[in-house]
Ligand binder design. Structure first.
Ligand code: HEM
Length: 237
């Protein structure tokens, strides 16, 4: 009898692995559920809060909002975003990168030290957890200059390598090394699609009710939300 297949998207591959006839390749129900939770959380919370912080910055920096919108309209007009056009979104990539630098959703990259190790000047004993913060490097004036805390898109005009002076550890919102984010490309595309569709339809102004109160609950989130005023650009938006 032919083996049932559940498709080749991520969920399908997981279900196939759960039903694998070879015990060595089969995953347990517990692992199956854990994978679903990881992907749901890692995929949903992060992009959600990144979009919120981008909207805040564009509401404050109206000039960049307008430049970003002009680029979107030049590339897509009123059509839905498509992959070919997404690859051409230069200003939007700068907007996303500068927001990831200042307000990247994932700031804490937890690691467990399994054996004593010398890390630069530090001697780390075994069996401790360390919480390196990428935000410390993202906001380090040594790499970014005295205006490190300012939202300044020009930094990324010629890409990440130039912005960081070829120092990989100066900017790693998606982590570094073998455990870095598997969803990075997906997240960038998803963010660009959502942001393009927002910019095509609405102008964004900061509401006087907004109070800045970022909080770290696994991801960095706006504690009381981000209050903005959206005005439709077209009467049918
Ligand atoms: C702006 C969006 C995102 C940011 C900033 C982000 C950031 C990160 C970071 C920093 C890590 C590494 C954590 C570590 O080193 O301990 C990570 C891991 C991970 N991310 Fe993302 N992520 C984003 C979106 C996504 C999306 C959309 C997905 C899935 C669709 C995803 C799935 C994962 C998974 C499964 C891991 C764990 C990888 C592993 O442990 O091997 N992420 N992410």
């Amino acid at each position: 009898m032919e083996k049932p297949s559940f498709g080749n998207d991520f969920l399908g591959l997981l279900v196939n692995a759960y039903h694998d006839s070879d015990e060595k390749n089969r995953i347990s129900l517990e692992d199956f559920v854990a994978e679903c939770k990881t992907f749901y959380f890692a995929g949903q919370e992060t992009v959600n809060s990144l979009l919120a912080w981008i909207v805040l910055h564009l509401a404050i920096h109206r000039d960049w909002q307008e430049k970003g919108r002009r680029e979107v309209v030049d590339i897509f007009g009123n059509q839905n975003p498509h992959l070919e056009g997404i690859a051409k979104l230069k200003i939007m990539t700068m907007i996303i990168n500068e927001t990831l630098r200042l307000y990247g959703p994932t700031t804490v990259l937890q690691r467990t030290v399994i054996r004593e190790i010398q890390l630069g000047k530090l001697l780390l004993p075994a069996n401790i957890d360390i919480l390196p913060l990428n935000i410390g490097l993202h906001r380090n004036p040594h790499f970014w200059g005295n205006d490190v805390h300012h939202f300044k898109l020009e930094r990324f005009a010629e890409g990440i390598a130039k912005a960081t002076n070829y120092t990989a550890a100066a900017f790693f919102p998606f982590g570094l090394g073998p455990r870095s984010c598997v969803g990075m490309t997906f997240a960038m595309i998803e963010t660009k699609i959502a942001l393009s569709m927002i910019l095509q339809r609405y102008t964004i102004t900061l509401s006087p009710a907004y109070v800045h109160s970022p909080i770290l609950i696994l991801t960095r989130q706006p504690q009381n939300g981000i209050q903005v005023i959206l005005e439709p650009i077209h009467s049918n938006a």
